[in-house]
Ligand binder design. Structure first.
Ligand code: 13P
Length: 255
């Protein structure tokens, strides 16, 4: 079975001081977690300090993006080695805000995935359709195209270091959550793609997170649904209380 993992994607929120305040309060809440994985992906400026504060807790940290090159003239970008140097284990790649607001293509994202894996960072690979794609029944086509590009040439050993996040674009930051049935259908489809490419045992071991307006009120029914192995959370991860509440819901459901 895949590990249940709850990740925070803070996006462009929180100053350094706000990140420190959050982490100090949050650290106390997760000391007794037994099974649920926790990942915090703050803005780059806070990674160093958050790592120091959370280093004796079960929480891991990750970047929200990275460049595929090792170094060079890429103003404002950050490399896998830089993320590793502040103890990141994870990096979010292919987030829909990067795909659609910053025109990142499947090909561009693929290069980053390959670099992350080669450098020992675990990518959280985001897949998901836009509203018009869902309405024209293209959800599976879009997700398959994103999946095929991301996982081309990825070995069985490497895929075990990947997390997949299904994030329907229409559900992100809108308050519109996919119903457990809608989310579960796509998660099961993604799992079937993994089974086809790898094998059932490997596919079952891959964490497939759901993202899109997850909050304490809907977390329980989502996490109880087939093939949903955790969450990638934006808005509700910005407050210690709501983020902790979701983590506790996941921990209780799996116990
Ligand atoms: P919200 O939880 O704010 O909808 O954001 C989801 C998301 O994009 C996480 O990566």
């Amino acid at each position: 079975m895949a590990q249940k993992i709850v990740a925070a994607n803070w996006k462009m929120n929180k100053t350094l001081q706000e990140s420190i305040d959050f982490s100090k309060e949050f650290a106390k809440n997760i000391l007794n977690l037994k099974k649920t994985g926790v990942i915090l992906c703050p803005p780059f400026i806070s990674l160093f300090n958050i790592n120091e504060i959370l280093k004796n807790t079960p929480a891991k940290i990750g970047g929200q993006n990275m460049h595929f090159a090792e170094s060079g003239a890429y103003t404002s970008e950050i490399s896998a080695s830089m993320l590793k140097s502040v103890n990141c284990d994870y990096v979010i790649l292919g987030h829909s805000e990067r795909r659609h607001d910053f025109n990142e293509t499947n090909e561009f994202i693929k290069k980053k995935i390959d670099t992350a894996l080669a450098k020992g960072l675990k990518p959280i690979i985001c897949l998901g359709e836009k509203l018009e794609e869902r309405e024209s029944e293209k959800t599976k086509d879009v997700v398959k195209k994103q999946y095929d590009s991301a996982f081309e040439g990825i070995s069985t050993e490497e895929v075990k270091n990947c997390i997949i996040a299904y994030e329907p674009v229409w559900a992100i930051g809108t308050g519109l959550t996919a119903t457990p049935e809608q989310a579960s259908e796509v998660h099961t489809y993604i799992r079937s793609l993994l089974i086809e490419q790898y094998d059932a045992e490997t596919a079952d071991s891959i964490t497939i997170q759901y993202g899109g307006s997850v909050k304490p009120a809907n977390a329980e029914e989502l996490i109880k649904s087939a093939d949903i192995d955790g969450f990638l959370i934006g808005g509700a991860s910005l407050k210690v209380d709501s983020f902790t509440e979701i983590i506790n819901i996941v921990e209780e459901v799996i116990n």
